[in-house]
Design a protein. Structure first.
Length: 228
């Protein structure tokens, strides 16, 4: 019975190189959330510059590992498979996110852009231009009824916006992204026969890949459910 060929010493290192971008991203996120590292360093430099470039290096390493594994798939195939999966997922993830970032998506949307709800407690974060026209985000829709403040607060929480201020006719909440903590603020304005919403990103300098509109859609859907 032929003996199994030894695993080349370089093969584990090629697999580790394919995994390196993911490790760096996790470290950058952890440093931002728990270590006080600023977003410009963690997100812009470590993730979108270093890790993104390293992802392509990792893909090349994974292809090299696959070539080495062809001589002994039983003994080396696991390394090659792991490297290809890690590198493929990382590169695909970066390219997908980059495509979303290239889209011109609104970062301040309202169901009533002509008379948008105004932030109160969170006003200091939103002194820029008025919200984008409703056509840019049709999902940011009004609710054709006067909901209760408790229903508005519940809808905000359901959509991922913990409440920071509540009154009879207006409720505000803040959503923090799970990765780098990018904040979106929301306000629900209650009037007779109509409830309007507004969702705005605090950071207007970076593209959000449509996150503002998606959050507005989730808030509108939660309000509709709670108003039934």
């Amino acid at each position: 019975m032929p003996s199994r060929k030894p695993v080349p010493a370089v093969l584990p290192w090629l697999t580790a190189l394919a995994a390196a971008p993911l490790v760096l991203i996790v470290a950058a996120v952890a440093a931002t959330r728990f270590g006080g590292l600023d977003v410009a360093t963690a997100h812009d430099l470590l993730t979108w510059t270093v890790a993104r470039a390293l992802a392509w290096v990792g893909l090349a390493a994974a292809l090299a590992a696959a070539v080495l594994a062809l001589r002994d798939l039983r003994g080396r195939g696991l390394y090659a498979a792991a490297a290809l999966v890690l590198a493929g997922v990382t590169v695909a993830g970066f390219e997908r996110q980059a495509a979303q970032f290239r889209r011109d998506t609104p970062r301040d949307v309202s169901s009533n852009p002509g008379e948008p709800p105004a932030f109160s407690r969170l006003a200091a974060f939103h002194r820029g231009p008025a919200p984008t026209a409703a056509e840019a985000c049709p999902a940011a829709r009004s609710i054709p009824t006067q909901v209760l403040a408790q229903q508005a607060a519940s809808a905000l929480v359901d959509a991922g916006f913990p409440v920071v201020r509540a009154s009879t006719f207006e409720v505000e909440g803040v959503h923090e992204g799970a990765w780098f903590g990018f904040a979106h603020d929301a306000v629900v304005r209650i009037r007779p026969g109509r409830t309007d919403i507004r969702v705005a990103a605090r950071d207007r300098t970076r593209p959000d890949g449509g996150a503002t509109c998606r959050l507005a859609a989730e808030l509108a859907a939660a309000l509709e459910r709670n108003a039934r």
